[in-house]
Design a binder for this molecule. Structure first.
Ligand SMILES: [Zn+2]
Length: 443
């Protein structure tokens, strides 16, 4: 072993002597496979690929090419019964089996409180990056702002970012005292730090597609932004200035795929191709990953794979919003119901609708609450939710209303208006209210 090391290092020094670094520089190839906003969709269903088919595709690439990177751009958890019941932990265990190289903290990684992110970091074999979120002691809550790695002779820098709007879209409970900095400002500093040290600079961004285009416009020196959060299918991959930008939809309907060549002398991309690949074009499931997925799915099967109703039609997110509002208002005997559209995470397809589907629609364990709130304050809440809701027209600012909603909106109302809003928790999950209603009355 010692002799082998000696020979290797002797050979390495000889090589360095004969070929100084400048001569060794050359065009090297890299393949990047990336996912974003998987939201716990480890199982193949609807047009979601599932972890086992994504993994089979990655393994194909790894056997064909010497340099393959597997990256995730955040919101890996929250969206399925397995994720909800086991607080996101199985998702990172499965990502380990898939051998991810790098991950990112998205806003939904805060769903169980920010202290729980430490558990994700402990389980994940890959670093979970984020450069712009700090706890009350001014410590990064991630594994780091950036990481440098070497793949197939290319030195690669990866910087992680999260949207500054996170505090308004996560539950305030368990997420007290966090500080989210402006991604543009932090990225500028990070690029200055990392760019001189690498051949290729990649940003893993949980900021959203429109904002990512702005970052590319205003900050020079980024080769590639792998985006997330807006659930955008970027096909073909776009270029803003000298920065490529991509994103692979959500829930694993598509897997991001990029083939590129990097000139390690000029530190630039000489060729880039690829596009997100739809689930239908991925190879059959990898048996080992499928067994792991089934191990977790089997634990929840008896509870969630139970038929509740048969739907004769497709029901959209917006229709479900209206149904939630009506059902919650009647269950809580309120003036009316309000349900944030962002809290509805799936639609209903034609055919048997199981409890699993309701978990996919409402994975957050939100409870039914009533708000006793002044019209003006409620309008402020709606404006912050950025929602163009039909009830806005009917609200009188001076009137006090009793509104049925979910505990997420309740927590934000308390955070914004303190004691001037009365939040009453009825102690029932909104998902259960909906399931009971549908069982009795159909859809
Ligand atoms: Zn997100």
């Amino acid at each position: 072993m010692i002799r082998l090391l000696f020979i290797t290092s002797l050979f390495a020094s000889l090589t360095t002597l004969l070929y100084p670094a400048t001569v060794l520089a050359e065009v090297r190839d890299l393949v990047i496979v990336h996912t974003n906003d998987l939201h716990g969709h480890i199982k193949e269903e609807k047009d979601y690929a599932g972890a086992a088919r994504i993994s089979a595709f990655v393994d194909e690439q790894r056997s064909q090419y010497p340099g393959v990177l597997l990256l995730d751009a955040g919101d890996a958890i929250s969206g399925t019964p397995v994720s909800t019941m086991y607080k996101g932990l199985p998702i990172f265990r499965i990502m380990n089996a898939m051998k991810y190289d790098m991950g990112l903290i998205g806003n939904h990684e805060f769903d169980h409180g920010y202290k729980h992110i430490k558990k994700f970091r402990e389980i994940a074999n890959h670093p979970l990056l984020s450069a712009n979120v700090f706890d009350s002691n001014d410590q990064l809550i991630s594994d780091g702002a950036n990481r440098l790695l070497e793949v197939n002779g290319i030195s690669i820098g990866i910087i992680g970012l999260i949207t500054e709007t996170t505090p308004t879209i996560i539950s305030p409970v368990g997420n007290e005292g966090l500080r989210f900095l402006d991604p543009a400002q932090v990225l500028k500093e990070q690029v200055a730090l990392v760019r001189p040290r690498v051949d290729l600079l990649v940003v893993l961004s949980h900021v959203g597609h429109e904002e990512e285009k702005e970052l590319a416009k205003t900050i020079q020196g980024i080769d590639l932004i792998i985006g997330a959060h807006s659930h955008t299918l970027v096909d073909p991959i776009i270029k803003v200035g000298s920065t490529y930008i991509t994103q692979a939809n959500r829930y694993g309907t598509d897997v991001g795929y990029i083939q590129l060549s990097v000139d390690t002398e000029t530190d630039s991309i000489t060729r880039l191709s690829g596009a997100p690949i739809p689930a239908s074009e991925l190879p059959p499931p990898d048996p080992e990953i499928l067994a792991l997925v089934n191990f977790w799915e089997d634990k929840v099967k008896a509870l969630v794979d139970v038929e509740i109703v048969n739907s004769s039609r497709e029901i959209s997110h917006h229709e479900l919003q209206a149904i939630f509002e009506k059902v919650l208002a009647s269950a809580a005997d309120a003036d009316f119901g309000y349900y944030n559209i962002g809290g509805i995470r799936d639609n209903i397809s034609v055919g048997p609708v199981t409890a699993r589907h309701f978990w996919n629609i409402e994975p957050f364990e939100n409870k039914l609450v009533t708000l006793t709130i002044k019209g003006a304050d409620f309008l402020t809440l709606l404006a912050r939710e950025n929602e163009d809701h039909s009830i806005i027209k009917t609200i009188e600012p001076e009137k006090v209303y009793k509104i049925a909603t979910n505990s997420f909106i309740g927590a934000h109302a308390t955070k914004s208006f303190g004691d001037s809003v009365e939040v009453h928790d009825l102690g029932i999950l909104v998902r259960d209210v909906l399931i009971d209603h549908v069982r009795a009355n159909g859809l």
